[in-house]
Design a binder for this molecule. Structure first.
Ligand SMILES: [Zn+2]
Length: 198
């Protein structure tokens, strides 16, 4: 089993504890804080998740201080800065696992599905999700709105993973070498369970 798969197993097990209401809150005390401050960080995963306040990464995976190199953007979309942040984590800390996590009831996805016009820089977010909405709608012309939101949430994760691989040499090289795995998932806000995508 590669390192990335072992780390993925830790996230899977941590999420099972979170969803079943039996978290152990590891690595969150004084000793861990001191140890990571003095010896640095060795995160088990880099993550790109939605900025939504109901998506607290360390809690969802029952991890603690120094465990997750966490990047958050509305709609878990990628741009140069968020991609650069993920590269930094993967490159500097030799993180073997990269997770892109969407979630149910995502406000950014719903705004894009409704094709809402937004002012200021918020329009950037919708602009990046709209192609996924168009793709899903053209492939499933009779889809109802709830299903469309769910499908766009999943496809958005896949599209972001594809974009990361295409745009980042640092990341794609590591995937080819087998020192990094990229995984996608969708968090169900109600059950707390992550549905892992292939
Ligand atoms: Zn969201």
């Amino acid at each position: 089993m590669t390192d990335g798969k072992q780390q993925l197993d830790k996230l899977i097990q941590g999420n099972e504890r979170f969803a079943s209401g039996t978290p152990t809150h590891p690595n969150s005390g004084f000793m861990r804080r001191r140890e990571t401050a003095l010896n640095g960080q060795f995160p088990i995963a880099a993550t790109l998740a939605c900025a939504d306040s109901r998506v607290p990464i360390e809690m969802i995976f029952d991890q603690g201080i120094g465990d997750i190199f966490s990047v958050k953007t509305a709609g878990n979309i990628i741009d140069d800065v968020s991609l650069g942040s993920l590269e930094l984590g993967v490159y500097k800390f030799e993180i073997p696992l990269l997770l892109v996590l969407g979630h149910t009831d995502c406000g950014a996805i719903k705004l894009a599905v409704d094709a809402n016009r937004l002012s200021g820089k918020m329009s950037e977010i919708i602009h990046r999700i709209l192609p996924v909405v168009e793709q899903v709608t053209s492939e499933n012309p009779d889809i109802d709105k709830d299903e469309l939101v769910n499908k766009v949430t999943e496809e958005n994760v896949c599209s972001v993973i594809k974009e990361i691989s295409e745009k980042s040499e640092i990341i794609s090289e590591r995937v080819e070498l087998g020192t990094l795995i990229i995984k996608g998932g969708v968090l169900d806000l109600e059950s707390g369970e992550v549905e892992w995508l292939d």
